[in-house]
Design a protein around this ligand. Structure first.
Ligand SMILES: Cc1cc2nc3c(=O)[nH]c(=O)nc-3n(C[C@H](O)[C@H](O)[C@H](O)COP(=O)(O)O)c2cc1C
Length: 369
C-alpha cells in the first residue's frame, strides 16, 4: 500500500527525521499542526528534494472536540479573550518563582498563538499538502472528515487515523480510512489509557480487513516483532526519533530524555488541554498540584502556555536555572530505553536487524523442530 521496504512509520515534527527515515526504507510523516502554510510549503519542497520520489506523509490534529468547534473555530483575538485571569496569573506566578527571564522587548512573543485545529486553521495546510507528492495524510485526534477522505482518495493518498480505543478505530473504519494506528497509552503525545499490548489485537480484530499499525512503546526490533505478532502490519513510532542526531529536540530536553527512566513520564493536560504523555518536570508538577488551576481546553491551553514555553526553552540551557527545571516535552514511556544519540537511519537499520533476530527467536520457541 505504501511502497516501502520496511513497515516502520516515523512521526516527527522535524523534516530531517522524516527525510532520513524515508531514505532508509521506512516512511516519514511530518507533524504539521503548528506549521504555517508558508513553512509547510518550504518543508515539503525540501523533503521532496531529499527523498527523490520515495514516499512520505503529513499529519494534522483534526479533533472533533475543541473549544469553539460549534462556531467553526476561533481566531487569535477570540482565543486571547477566552484566557481566564486565574490561569494567566498562575503562569505568571510560575515564571516569577522559577526566575524565568523575560524575552528581549523587540522579540515577538505573546499569548494567543494557537494550534491549527479548526477547519479554517488546517484547511490551508491541507491545500499545501495536497499540492505536493504526499502518499499519506494522518488525523491524530478524530475521524477524518468525509471531504478530506474524498479529496485524499481522489489524489491517490492513503488516509490514516490514530485510535486509543476500539470505539475510535470503529469510527475511523466507518469513515472510510485506509489504515488505522492503534496507539497504546505508553505513547508520547496525546494518548488514551489502554496499553499497546491489549489494544492492538482488539483493534486488528475489530476493523479487519483494514490494516493496522501498532504504536506506543515501539523503539526497537523486539518491540516491532511483538507488534507484528499482535496482528499489526507495521509500526508507527514517535519518541524514538526525539533523541536522534537529526531531531530538533531542545538540547536540554534531549539530555533529560537520555537520562530518564520509563517511570519519568505522565499524561498531563498542561501543554495542550488534552491528556498527552510527556516528561515529568517542575512544569508538570506545578499543574498536578491540587491547589493550582485546571488546564484549559484545546486550543486555549496551548495559547495560554505558548509564551511561557518559549521563555522556558530560551533560558533552559542555563545549568541549575528554574527554566532548566521546568523544561519538558512530549515523550512516551520508551524514553527509558533511549540512552544514546544515533542517526535516524541507524535507528531504522538497528530496528530491522533486531526484528530479524526476534522473529527467528519466536520461531525457535514456537517451532516444531
Ligand atoms: C513529541 C511528540 C509529538 C507528537 N505529536 C503528534 C501529533 O501532532 N500528531 C499525531 O498524530 N501524533 C503525535 N504524536 C504521537 C505519535 O504520532 C505516535 O503515535 C507516538 O509517538 C507513538 O508512541 P511512541 O512515542 O511510544 O513511539 C506525538 C508524539 C510525540 C513523541
Amino acid at each position: 500500500m505504501l511502497g516501502i521496504e520496511f513497515p516502520i512509520l516515523a512521526f516527527s515534527h522535524c523534516r530531517d527525521v522524516v527525510a532520513e527515515v524515508t531514505k532508509a526504507g521506512g516512511f516519514g510523516v511530518l507533524g504539521a499542526v503548528a506549521h504555517t502554510p508558508e513553512q509547510l510549503e518550504i518543508d515539503l519542497r525540501w523533503i521532496e528534494e531529499q527523498v527523490a520520489g520515495k514516499p512520505y506523509g503529513v499529519d494534522l490534529l483534526l479533533p472533533q472536540k475543541f473549544v469553539g468547534a460549534d462556531e467553526g473555530g476561533l481566531d487569535r483575538e477570540q482565543v486571547r479573550s477566552l484566557l481566564p485571569p486565574e490561569q494567566q496569573a498562575f503562569i505568571d506566578d510560575i515564571l516569577r518563582r522559577y526566575e524565568v527571564p523575560s524575552p528581549p522587548a523587540d522579540m515577538q512573543v505573546g499569548r494567543g498563538g494557537a494550534l491549527n485545529v479548526s477547519p479554517s486553521g488546517y484547511g490551508p495546510l491541507l491545500d499545501v499538502a495536497f499540492g505536493h507528492d504526499i502518499k499519506l495524510i494522518a488525523s491524530a485526534l478524530g475521524p477524518p472528515p468525509p471531504d478530506l477522505i474524498e479529496r485524499a482518495h481522489g489524489a491517490g493518498v492513503a488516509v490514516v487515523a490514530l485510535a486509543g480505543k476500539v470505539v475510535h478505530a470503529e469510527r475511523h473504519a466507518a469513515a472510510g480510512v485506509d489504515l488505522i494506528v492503534a496507539q497504546g497509552t505508553e505513547a508520547g503525545g496525546h494518548t488514551g489509557e489502554v496499553a499497546t499490548m491489549v489494544l492492538v489485537p482488539e483493534v486488528v480484530d475489530a476493523v479487519a480487513p483494514i490494516p493496522v499499525l501498532a504504536a506506543g512503546g515501539i523503539a526497537r526490533g523486539r518491540q516491532m516483532a511483538a507488534a507484528i505478532a499482535l496482528g499489526a502490519q507495521g509500526v508507527w513510532t514517535g519518541s524514538v526519533w526525539l533523541t536522534t542526531d537529526e531531531a530538533e529536540t531542545h538540547p536540554v530536553v534531549k539530555q533529560k530524555f537520555l537520562a530518564a527512566t520509563s517511570s519519568d513520564t505522565l499524561r498531563s493536560r498542561s501543554l495542550t488541554g488534552k491528556p498527552a504523555r510527556m516528561l515529568r518536570s517542575a512544569w508538570t508538577d506545578e499543574w498536578e498540584r491540587t491547589d493550582t488551576p485546571d488546564p484549559l481546553g484545546m486550543p486555549l491551553q496551548t495559547a495560554l502556555v505558548a509564551e511561557a514555553q518559549f521563555r522556558i526553552q530560551r533560558a533552559a540551557h542555563q545549568s541549575g536555572s528554574g527554566a532548566e527545571q521546568l523544561a519538558n516535552y512530549f515523550v512516551g514511556q520508551v524514553v527509558g530505553s533511549l540512552d544514546r544519540v544515533k542517526p535516524a537511519r541507524q535507528v531504522v537499520l538497528d530496528m530491522i536487524d533486531e526484528y530479524i533476530d526476534a522473529a527467528a527467536a519466536i520461531n525457535d520457541v514456537m517451532g516444531d523442530d
